[in-house]
Design a protein around this ligand. Sequence first.
Ligand SMILES: NC(=O)c1ccc[n+]([C@@H]2O[C@H](COP(=O)([O-])OP(=O)(O)OC[C@H]3O[C@@H](n4cnc5c(N)ncnc54)[C@H](OP(=O)(O)O)[C@@H]3O)[C@@H](O)[C@H]2O)c1
Length: 276
Amino acid sequence: MSIPSVKLNSGLDMPVVGYGTYPLKGRRATDAILAAIGSGYRLIDTAASYDNEDAVGAAVRESGLPRAELFVTTKLRGSDQGRGSTRAGLERSLERLGLEYVDLYLIHWPLPAVGRYVESYAEMAELRREGLIRSLGVSNFLPEHLDAVVAETGIQPAVDQLQVSPSHPRPELVAAVQRTGTVVQAWSPLERNTGILDHPSVTAIAGRLGVTSAQIVLRWLLQRDVTVVPHSGSPDRQRTNADLFGFELTAGGMAAIDALDTGVPVKQDPRTWEEF
Ligand SMILES: NC(=O)c1ccc[n+]([C@@H]2O[C@H](COP(=O)([O-])OP(=O)(O)OC[C@H]3O[C@@H](n4cnc5c(N)ncnc54)[C@H](OP(=O)(O)O)[C@@H]3O)[C@@H](O)[C@H]2O)c1
């Protein structure tokens, strides 16, 4: 299975479907990532705070694929934000991964009360010039946070990884980020299977198209030009979750999923959410 890519503002091609590795660790993580690579995934999404970068690195090596064929994303944890500590945080991640560079490095959360995300991004720009990072990115950044890093560095983030799913489609936020040329990547796109996959609107479309509910939700995101990093520990579900290019939602199907918006704000509000 071949997964299409989108061109980032860094010039790099990023697969529109990636494999989310949270919460797996150790050998289980390595085996799951190897299965995902076997199904065609080429983007692996990890983070310093997931405590599994070593397992990701092992999978990259054991896959036998040339490094250039894989797209590895990791994230700067909150406790490493700041001048000097951003460099140290990335160097520790690269050491755990056993890699010379990452394709995409994200600031995991803006932590505005800490007030260090702008200087962290400026240091990431230096690390990119040194070749340790191929594309600069952010996660959970609202337009005000994006504006602040661009004002300081003149470099628009290539990617903003955001919580986007049927219960929280966040149309205004997604459109505002997309207008800047930053690619939106959805985390928890399946809402961790907490009910949305059983919603009658989703199962009805899935039944009509002969695919799974997860495929409907992921395809709905792709048709909004939102890229995705679903997680599954199951090789079968990994395979179907990436098999999104042989069917299409109609305008009516898109509207039916849009209508699942709860209108309830996300719990992890980037203006106040803190994790380190
Ligand atoms: N930037 C951030 O702040 C942030 C925050 C959270 C997550 N992330 C990233 O986003 C990735 C994805 O998010 P997530 O793992 O929270 O949630 P998710 O991908 O929405 O859901 C994962 C859950 O859904 C189940 N699942 C997967 N495919 C399924 C299918 N086809 N049918 C039924 N159930 C299915 C999985 O169970 P099985 O394993 O049993 O299939 C797992 O319990 C993470 O792994 C992580 O890399 C980033």
